[in-house]
Each structure stands twice: as C-alpha cells, then as structure tokens.
Design a protein around this ligand. Sequence first.
Ligand code: ARG
Ligand code: GLU
Length: 727
Amino acid sequence: MLKRIITLWSFALALLANAHEGMWLPTLLKSIEGDLQAAGLQLTAEDIYSINKGSLKDAIVLFGGGCTAEVIGQKGLILTNHHCGFGAITDHSTVENDRLKNGFWAASLSEELRNPGLTATFVVRMEDVSDRILPLLEAGLNEAQRRDAVNKLAEGITKEAVAGTHYKAVVRPFNYGNSYFLIVTETFRDVRLVGAPPSAIGKFGGDTDNWMWPRHNADFSLFRIYTGPDGRPADPADANVPMIPRHVLPMSLEGPREGEYAMIFGFPGNTQRYLSSYAVNYVQNTADPMRIAMRTASLGVIDAAMRTSDRTRLQYADKQAGISNAWKKWIGEVRGLKELNTLQRKQDYEAAYTAKAKAEGQAEYAKALTTLEGLYGQYVPYATARDMFVEMVYYGPEVLRFTDGFREVVEEHGKLTSEGKYAQALSERLTASESYFQNYDVEVDKAVFKALLPIYRKHVPANLAPDVLKEIDARFKGNSDAWVDALYAKSVFVDEERLRKAFRNPSAGAMKKLAKDPLFRATRSFFRSFLEQVRPTHAALSDQIETAMRTYVKGMMVLYPEKTYWPDANSTLRLSYGKVEGSRPRNGVTYEAFTTLDGVLEKYVPGDVEFDVPQRLIELYRAKDYGRYGVNGSLPVCFTSSLHTTGGNSGSPVLNGRGELIGLNFDRTWESTMSDIQFDPDKCRNICVDVRYLLFLIDKFAGAGHLLEEMVLVQPAMQTIALPLHR
Ligand code: ARG
Ligand code: GLU
C-alpha cells in the first residue's frame, strides 16, 4: 500500500493550493489534464506528450548541455536564447567580422555556420521504471551501495530500451530516489548558426538589466538541425541535409494576451522545493551571504578595471558576466526567502510533520528530520569550506586554476617522460597559455586575490583551510596583502615571458625548482586541503543527507497525501503552466505585464556598452514601421508570465492554450529568484521576448523574411482584432 502511494505520488489529484507552482513531468500530465483545461488549455495531455503520434514534445530541444530550444521551421529551424547561442556566435566572430556585435543572418542554407560539438537532443520517450528498481533494492544499503545497485539495474533497462536503435537512454532518480524514470533521447550533432541579432539587441541592457523587470532585450538566436541524408543524426558534413521535424511550433501573430493561459515546456535544471529548515538556514544565512560577499569584492575590482580601458573591458566582459549572473540571483534569493519567511514556515511545517508522524505511529519519518538536524550540524563547516573553495578557485583569482593546470608537467615529470608523453603534455599547456594571457591582467588578478582572501579566511574554519595560509601570520605579521604581493612578485605563472623561460629546458631539476614557485605551492595547498580535508567528508555527509531526505519527502506524501507533489527539477523535460500576467513584487509596486519599443528608446544611451541601440532600429521606431507586428502604433517587446521556471528554462517556448508560441523565455524577475526553493504566485514571474518582436526583428529589421516561409504563422482570430491591446 505504502509503495503504491509512493510510486503514484505524482498522480495525486488534490486541488492545487497554488495554481502555478510546479514543474510537471510530461508523462504525468494526464493526471492534471482537468486542471490544465480548467486553466485554459485547449489541447489534451496527449497533444502535449505522446509516444504514439507527433506531439508538442517533439518540438522541444535540449540545446547543448544546459539550455532549451524549440523547432519553429519545417526545415529543422530552432529558436533559443542569444545567451545560449553566445558561445557559437562568438566563435564565429573576429575583430574584422564581428558577428556578435553586428548580428548575423545566413541568406541561404549554404551560409549557415557549423558548430562542432554543439548538440540538439529530443526526448523520444520517458517511462516510470520505479517498479523495476525499488523492489529490487536490498534494505539497509548505504548510499554508495545503493547507487551501485541502481546503476546495475539501470544498465539492463537502458540496454533493452535502445536495442536496435541509435537512441541513448538513461535512468534518472527523481524526488531523492523515491522514483526512477527511463529517458530515451535522440541527439543530433550537426547544429548550424542561422541568425542572431546584433548584441545591442540580443543583450540589450546587459548586466544592469539582468534579472530585472521592466526588460527590453530580444534574447534570441536561430540555429538549424542537420541530419545525414538518411534523416539520422550525423557528424557535421557537406552531405548533411536540414532535419525534417516531427512537430513545428506554430507562431502566434496575435501574440500573448494579458490574463490568458500560458505554459512553458523545457529543461529546467535544478530546484530545491523540499529542503529542510536546516538547509534553508544554511543557504539563506551562510552560503548565499558569503558567496555574495566574495563576488561583491571581486566585481568591485573587475568593474572598476573595466571602466579604465577598452582593452580590460573586453578581456573581462565574459568573466564579469559569469560572476555577476549568480551574484545578482543570490541577492534576490536571500531577499525573497526573507520576505516569504521561508525559514519560519519550514520550521512550522516540520513541527507539525513531526507531531503527525508520531501521532500516526510513523516514527521513522520524524526520525529522518532529527537525523537531518544532526547531519547539518556536521555538514555546515564542510559545505562552507567547499563553497568557498569554489568561489576562491573557480570564480576568484584566475592564477589558481591556471597554475593547477601545470600540476602534471611539474610534479609528474618522471612518469610522463618515461611514458613518452611529456613533450605533448607541456606543449598543450603552453598553447592554452597563449589565449589565457590574452585575457589576463595581472594587476586585476592580484587585486581580486587580495580582495577575496580576507573574506575567505573569515569564513573557512581554520582546520579546513589550506596550510599555506599559515604563512600570513608566521611570516607576514598577518598582512595578507603583503603575502599576495610576495606570491605574485616571484611566480612565473603570472607572466607569459617568465613562464616560457621557465619551461624552456624542462629538466627534472627545473621542475623540482618550479614546484617551489610561490604560486605553485599556494595552488597545491588550496587543492590539497580541499581534496584531502574537505571533499571526502563533504561527500559522505551529502550522501547521508540524501538518504534522510528520501525518507523525509516520502513521509510528506504519506502524512499529507491530499497535497500535490511535483519532483524537483533535474534537467529533464517539464511543463509549467500559469498565465500571462504582471505582478505585485513588493508593497506599493506593481509591474505591468508588457513592455514596448518605446521603452527601448527610453533606455537608449548612445555609445554605451549596455544601452546603445542600432541605428536601423531607431529608424524603424521613428517611422513607426512595424508592419503587421505593431499594435496601436507601438511594438510589443517583452512580457512576464506566472510560470514556474529556473535556470535551464532559458530558450524555452512559452505557448498559449492552443500550443502556439507566444514568447521565448529568458529570465526571471529579481523578486522571483527564491522560487527555486519557494514559489510565490504573487511575486514570481518569468520574462519572455514577445513573439511579435522576434518576428519583427527577423522580418523587418534583419530582412531575413525568407525564414518566415518555413514557419507556421497563425493569424489573429477575427474576434480579437478589435480588442484594446496591451501596452
Ligand atoms: N539571468 C539570465 C540567466 O540566468 C540571463 C543571463 C545572461 N545575461 C546576462 N546579462 N548575463 O541565465
Ligand atoms: N537565464 C536563465 C537560464 O539561462 C533562466 C532564468 C532563470 O533562472 O529563471 O536558464
């Protein structure tokens, strides 16, 4: 009986307390079909996900590793975000032919640009295989043993699933391993760049506007999937042909209407809906604040440096964006969690849960919570050390990771030489160094190191910190700046000339000497302390937390079976639904649902890196030349909807009740970012490019109207033409 409840947990058909929370598994939509249709869906669950006939899911693409894209053209044309296509666009850009800056539009198939390594993956089918796994797991396995046992069973299941096909299959845990799904996919390997607007349009507003509403950028780019002549996935090749899709999303010329049903279909990465209060406490009061502090410090250095010269600006633009995106998100997350009083709510829930479990004789569920409390007491110092290692080494001074790249050639000279691999390994390192130093400014890097070190030392428990830091007190009277100065002054790893010289005669003796290089020693110490003192215990405790969470969330479903549960996002295909609507993010503040081109011009700062506007767009604006895409003398640009989304939903299609594309998801508002942990229907909104702005840019701005010929454009229904339109 219990097992039945657990396997069927996602089928729970209770009234939704909260209509828009949740990222639903496409295979389980049948169980909420009534809710979807009551909310305004005009299709059936089978129209959205079917394994027997073409359905919406056949148009949804996992783009590369972490974004979503969708098929919008009969010849395999796909749409995703500009920031998802960013790598491909920059790869095809040079100073002489700056496609990133100027935009790019292939006039014909032959002009489309290949991107080796870029993939487009479709979901062929998903299937609940919990019954083929859970009953076969022995009781009392620890987490590592359980993983092994699951992997063995999964191997058989996936082999059987792909037999005789070119598909791939995986079995993924859902809901802390309370259920398992088989996912069969088809991956295409020839994905070509078709079009991208100038970055002044695709990234309009830059980091200033990132995570913010009102928003005015068209964060989109276009690609095309190619197959071998036989229609199957193939490596990039001349003989390849455009893919013939199973489903093409129609584009709604009517666009989104305020208050109408909307849904999003894509690959959300990671949510943590069921966290305990102990975990929320760590995120809100320790992890986020210290990570924010680290990045505030490094951004202070980098932003100032970027203002001093164009050279530094270009060198650091990408790194700055990478650091600031999560930084800004965490600031919003902490604020949101506090406003929603999430911690207190979790504590109240846990108290009620514990009482109920005890009253109903389900003591093991209550015990899971006590276990979690105890585990978090041990886990927090290790999680702190790990999170700060990541901030310091992966987002801090670049020299640490760069130097670590030389570990093998310095420390394993003898081994590599005897295997005849030394020359090759060294030459790879030195080649990588060339592009590294092109975007490296030693003064900026040193200043970042100095800015981060005190914050790092303040948070990381002394017994989990690198030994090398003891030198600061022992030899530098506690002056960490002086210690950093000394590292950089003598190291060869901060200067290309010095580095080449140091490796000119890479003898065993020379490597012995290099092992004493001050930055090499410091880097080794950072990595060694992490790998030896932090990671093993961190991993063991994480495993135990996973085990306890499995029991805790199972208890939720047993103790409160009337509630609806959705499994946390895990980069698998999901559907969320809600409405096109604005929001009330804070007391006294209302956000409208739509922006227009007028707002682009309001933000216009000629020559600015973030807020410049291309001349041609200004001309079209002055002439009000919007063609069929304009509405009452204006042009819709972006809109918000109450769809539960997270990172990975970038590039996902936002569809109306008929399954027509009305927008392209690319962000959330700042007041929404706590929705990974707690969703709030009044505050949480995702941000989309309006389909009419997309079509206007492709058709009128770029003159790439030929692309519209392969699209399915849906004319506005007669009765809606006369309605007052949103501004
Ligand atoms: N905030 C969006 C996301 O999380 C967009 C990021 C890219 N844009 C930017 N200005 N950095 O991915
Ligand atoms: N920009 C995010 C992404 O790249 C989506 C925004 C969000 O986290 O909701 O997936």
